[in-house]
Design a protein around this ligand. Structure first.
Ligand code: CP
Length: 316
């Protein structure tokens, strides 16, 4: 049984992008695949796009969908093994996961990093328990260290908008009032490294990502220099990996502005959303024709639908 937690789970990235484009042109062409099949979507964290796009993708394939917001709709869940459960957590994942697996054919899971213990977060304890105990294919809807459905949609969006074979794509850190996980930038870099794009990563000192994800990608610490000649600007905040979970800067000089966009090659502006206006990016940029964030969000449907289709066909 195959699961989808990263780009490495795809048989072919090129074929997956091609399939996503075909699905976008004909979203209801495979409704027979999901007949009498059910997907359960489990959310340990809030969501707008992932929840609705994955539900929409499943419905486009003719599947039934059920959603559980853990800790709100259900019992509070214990995830650690070997503990005495004398607190407010009434159920253990060890039983809950196989029970959920008996109710469905595929499980989607969202479980963010808690940003307290790097080793625990990077061990992906929650999603790995779903993989181990559910008995059905598991799809990551953003885990502690990766957000593969987002990165798939990002890649699809760049493919649709690129004007040259090898565009310059810049991942830029931007300020945010709260500490956010590294899942989106980790995953974005990982997917971009599977392309032939010219990837540049820019952030203030102290925000270096896990070398496992960065590989041989070098950091350009001067944001203006990074933006020069760029075809795509992908803005995102993340907390420090080295000083794990800490906010080291809220410097608004890193906000993406029209002046910075003027340094680029008429770049398209991208962000996974939700985005903090006038922290990450100014109103002027977000409301301009260079912003493709809504199309990028729409592509979440087709990236999710491609993955579900591959699973239903037994091809993942
Ligand atoms: N980009 C994204 O995953 O959005 P949500 O957190 O709203 O699902």
């Amino acid at each position: 049984m195959r699961h989808f937690t990263s780009v490495y789970d795809l048989p072919s990235l090129t074929e997956a992008i091609k399939m996503a484009r075909e699905i976008k042109n004909n979203p209801f062409g495979h409704q027979h695949l999901g007949k009498n099949k059910t997907i359960v979507l489990i959310f340990f964290n809030a969501s707008l796009r992932t929840r609705l796009s994955t539900q929409k993708a499943a419905m486009n394939l003719g599947m039934n969908t059920m959603v559980l917001n853990v800790n709100q709709d259900g019992w509070r869940m214990e995830s650690e093994l070997g503990v005495i459960m004398d607190g407010d957590k009434a159920e253990h994942l060890r039983e809950a996961i196989p029970v959920i697996g008996r109710f469905c054919d595929i499980i989607g899971v969202r479980a963010f990093a808690d940003l307290e213990d790097r080793e625990a977060d990077y061990a992906e304890k929650i999603i790995n328990q779903f993989i181990q105990y559910s008995g059905v294919p598991v799809v990551s809807m953003e885990a502690a260290t990766r957000h593969p459905l987002q990165s798939f949609a990002d890649h699809l969006t760049i493919e649709e908008h690129k004007k040259i074979a090898r565009p310059k794509v810049v991942l830029s850190w931007a300020p945010h009032p709260r500490a956010l996980p590294q899942a989106v930038p980790n995953s974005f870099v990982e997917w971009m490294r599977h392309t032939d794009y010219d990837l540049v990563v820019t952030h203030p000192s102290g925000y270096e990502l896990d070398p496992f994800f960065m590989g041989d990608i070098e950091v350009e610490y001067n944001q203006d220099k990074a933006f020069e000649g760029a075809d795509f600007i992908y803005a995102k905040n993340w907390s420090s990996y080295t000083k794990y979970g800490e906010i080291l800067s809220k410097d608004l000089n890193w906000t993406v502005t029209a002046q910075k966009m003027a340094l680029t090659n008429k770049a398209k502006f991208m962000h996974c959303l939700p985005v903090r206006r006038n922290m990450i990016v100014t109103d002027e940029v977000l409301d301009s024709s260079s912003s493709i964030v809504v199309e990028e969000a729409e592509n979440r449907v087709y990236s999710a639908q491609t993955i579900l289709k591959l699973i239903l066909e037994g091809l993942l």
